[in-house]
Ligand binder design. Sequence first.
Ligand code: SF4
Length: 321
Amino acid sequence: MFETPRKRVLLAKPRGYCAGVDRAVQTVEEALKLYGAPIYVRKEIVHNKHVVSTLQAKGAIFVEENFEVPEGATVIFSAHGVAPEVHDQARERNLKAIDATCPLVTKVHHEARRFAAEDYDILLIGHEGHEEVIGTSGEAPSHIQLVDGPDGVDKVTVRDPEKVVWLSQTTLSVDETMETVARLKEKLPLLQSPPSDDICYATQNRQQVMKQIAPDCDVVLVVGSRNSSNSVRMVEVAVQAGARQGYLVDFAHEIDPAWLADATTVGLSSGASVPEELVTQVLARLAELGFADVEEVLTVQERLTFSLPQELKRDMKAASA
Ligand code: SF4
């Protein structure tokens, strides 16, 4: 007699919220409590539909640019970072600006400023049009050129091949970035590396656990939004690491039962901007579809936290005095 294979879910950990997202969301929530609604937020505070609509319901108004914010109002800059000119525009409009840029993105901005001050050519590996790349490039537009993956290497030209450094967006695929760097080094053997990893701990950890579970998975589901770079990369990493299929879903109801028809093992993770309640809802849906057996696979404990932006903490302290 053949036994029916046990249907199971391999639940990746770490998953979901990173320290930078947690801080950015808390910044909007605390600002709403302290100053009252509405609070304006330039761009999506983090790239997640559910987070954005929840904050909208609490009184946050999301805008694309500072000119949409009434003069003198409070505006929060998103976790992805902004170019210096965005701070200048806020000052010109007399806005009260609170900067929720993730400190790990700010670190890349500092690197860009430092190397530009030393007159390096800076090759920024990242995705064209992504907010983080726009913000970092704005620190030194005349020194930075974007390299959008390995295929972008052919277009690179530098002034002095002995004075060139690469930096990267924080949420890329580690393996693809290393491939881009290897191609760059074939062209520019004296290319320097950043002083420390630009791809952040959260992106790396989520990809690492995904690589571990993917070879055992028929299907991998990643909870996250289409404009979330780290979520999209996780699906790619899962398929490259051996999962037969990988899907990105914002919500549990988006799961098509046909995806799981022949599956025995389903891998599940979530992007760094995804609240755990959405993963819980996906687990409930998977249980309805016969995947009630959940095994959590832990690779590393994350303990990093970031304190709220100084400008907000100062006002919170004054209000409680
Ligand atoms: S994904 Fe990384 S860089 Fe982006 S907010 Fe989270 S910790 Fe910061």
